[in-house]
Each structure stands twice: as C-alpha cells, then as structure tokens.
Design a binder for this molecule. Structure first.
Ligand code: PLP
Length: 353
C-alpha cells in the first residue's frame, strides 16, 4: 500500500530559533562597530540557521550588506534582497561563474588580478579583497600596481583578519597592510572586521563590518559575553525511559557503566544531527525546568542516552533541549563554535519564535 501523503509525520528533532536574539545581536554588533555599519555574513545557509529567514529578519532590522560564499548561495537569497541592499560573493568569480554573475544583482569579491581582468569588461559593480597576511584569498599588496582601479566600479575594498579572536601582533600587522593597500586602490567603502575584529576597536572598523558567527550566538572574545545572546536551541524527544542497575553498560563500546541504580532516557538525536561524538560523556541536556541531564556514553548516529536522575518524572515523548551555548558547548565537545553551528543536520524541523 502507498503511504498516505496527507498524514503529517511529526519531527522529533527541532531547532528553536530566536528571532529577537538574532536581531538584537545584529544591533549590538552595529553599535559596537561605532561609526561603521554592520553587515551580515550569511554564507553556508546563514551558518546553518537558514539564509532566507536570516536575511528577512536582519533586513527588517536595518542590515543592508550581505556576504555569501558562492553564486549558488547568491541565487538562493536573491529574491529576498531589497533594491537598496547589497550581496557580495566572497569566493570571487570563475570563468564558469561568469554567465550567472553578469546577470545577477550580487557582486563578486575580486580575489586576484585574473578576476579583475575578467570582470573589468562587464562594467558592473564589484568588491575587491586584499591579502593583508592571511594568505587565503585576495590580491597581494605589491600586485595592486598591476591594475587600474579606475576601470572597475568598486563598492567595498576589504580584507580579512586571521586571528581577531586573539590579542596577537598579527592583528596590527594586518591593519597596517590594509591601510597601505588603501593608498593604491579605492572604492566607495572599506571593510576589515569579522565578528571578533569588531571588538578590536575603532581603528579596525572602517566603513562597514562583516560579522557572521556572533549574529548566531558565537562569543569568540570576552567582549561578546554580555551583548551576544544564544539564537539556536536544538531540541529532541525522548523515545524510551529505562531503569539502570549498578553495573549496567550503555551504548556502543560500553563507554558508560552505571555506578548506582538510576533512570535514563534515550533521545531521538545523534551525530547525524551534528551533535557529534565529542559530546560523549560530556554533553548536557535540560528539561523544561532547566534540570541538568548529562549525556551518558557514546553519542550514536540517531540516539543519545542521558541521565535523568535529576528529572525522574520525564516520560516518552517529552522534549529536552541540548546545552548549546556556543562557548560552553565548544569546551564540552572540542568543536569550534563555527563547527557547532554550521554542522547541524537536515533532520531538524526549524521553528522561529
Ligand atoms: C566568514 C567571513 C566573515 C565572517 O566571519 P565571522 O568570524 O563568522 O564573524 C567575514 N568576512 C569574510 C571574508 C569571511 O569569509
């Protein structure tokens, strides 16, 4: 028999996404950017949160500059971009990208002299990336002499900080290289800082900043612990309750052995949902009374065991939420805050509140 398409299958993993926290984070980053205006990095589907939903909310809050990685991502959001907003494609423009790029409202961030020459004949707007010392993408400062900026319609001249989450000499070195580059190439606007760079002070702000991770709750530096709020709350349902006896083993390779009799719950979530094995025996869940429910043993692909000693009333189908404050979850799992947020899988029902 065919399945009945009209019967709804409820998801038992979901992401609760906090709209107010997202827009408040952007506003706070905009304020911290001083006289510069904050844009928003929305590459990788808005860091996994959902690029379209993020654009809609941040644009209403006043954000006008959006950054995606490639032209597929530009296409996804194009229909949602207001006529006075701008979209920059950070990975630049290849020969194969040119037909779409010419017709797109998004502009490439030109990363090499080859890309400059490729784009020049279109007469269309672009941004230019300077390599100020990260040696990832961008034009080296000595090579700026090789092209005539007057032949391009340059909006943002930008560079990218490699270590803004640390107080190291490299930040000042990159700033100096960027200032040097600006003597040789000019556009309408200048930009240097990602989220962490915003906390380095006025000298790093230029005309516009490009926060990403902090919009979504990332706190890469102590300056963000107050102004930045958690946006993403992974939640899952209990599939089964069990009563362990002292000595009982839990999960693959028996990485938890009960030292007493106690109840556990089996959750409908696992590493396929981006809750990776680094959380084994270290992660934490909460019930709706914020009781702490530690992860026991190995995280499986689709299942997690938690200790519910603190909340013995929990039953099948009850919802619990993962401890996902990014700095704490990062310490627990050994994953970076970026990996934690971009790695959340495709099984979640996403609901914005
Ligand atoms: C990803 C990215 C950003 C945003 O960085 P965060 O550290 O997430 O704030 C800004 N600029 C460029 C060029 C990027 O690649």
């Amino acid at each position: 028999m065919m399945s009945d398409e009209t019967i709804k299958i409820p998801a038992n993993v979901r992401l609760r996404l906090d709209s107010n926290a997202l827009t408040a984070n952007w506003r706070n980053l905009d304020v911290m950017s001083g006289s510069a205006s904050a844009g928003a990095a929305i590459k990788a589907n808005g860091y996994g949160v959902g690029a379209i939903e993020v654009v809609e909310r941040l644009q209403s809050a006043g954000c006008r500059d959006f950054y995606v990685a490639n032209w597929q991502e530009a296409k996804e959001i194009e229909a949602y971009i207001d006529s006075d907003s701008s979209v920059s494609v950070l990975n630049g423009v290849s020969i194969a990208d040119m037909p779409f790029a010419r017709a797109s409202r998004a502009k490439p961030v030109l990363n090499s002299i080859e890309q400059v020459l490729r784009w020049q004949e279109t007469g269309l707007p672009c941004d230019v990336m300077i390599n100020s010392g990260m040696n990832r993408l961008g034009i080296d400062v000595p090579h700026l002499a090789q092209f005539d900026g007057n032949l391009l319609d340059i909006d943002i001249v930008m560079s990218h900080l490699a270590s803004a989450d640390e107080d190291v000499q490299q930040n000042a070195d990159q700033l100096e290289q960027f200032v040097e580059a600006l003597k040789h190439v000019s556009g309408k606007r200048t930009s240097l800082s990602n989220s962490a760079g915003i906390a380095l002070g006025d000298a790093y702000h230029f005309d516009c900043t490009r926060p990403g991770i902090s919009l979504y709750g990332g706190k890469q530096r102590p300056e963000f612990s107050e102004p930045i709020k958690q946006v993403v709350f992974p939640e899952t349902q209990i599939l089964q309750i069990r009563q362990l006896k002292a000595g009982d083993k839990v999960g693959y390779n028996a990485k938890y052995v009960a030292d007493r009799d106690h109840p556990i719950a089996i959750l409908a979530m696992g590493y396929a949902d981006g809750y990776l094995r680094g959380f084994s025996n270290t992660g934490l869940f909460f019930d709706d009374g914020q009781k702490e429910l530690p992860v026991l043993g190995r995280v499986s692909m689709d299942l997690i065991a938690i200790d519910i000693t603190a909340a013995p009333h929990l039953e099948e189908s009850a919802w619990v939420s993962a401890q996902y404050d990014l700095p704490i979850a990062s310490r627990q799992s050994g994953l970076s805050q970026y990996e934690l947020i971009t790695g959340l899988g495709s099984r979640y029902a996403r609901h914005w509140v």
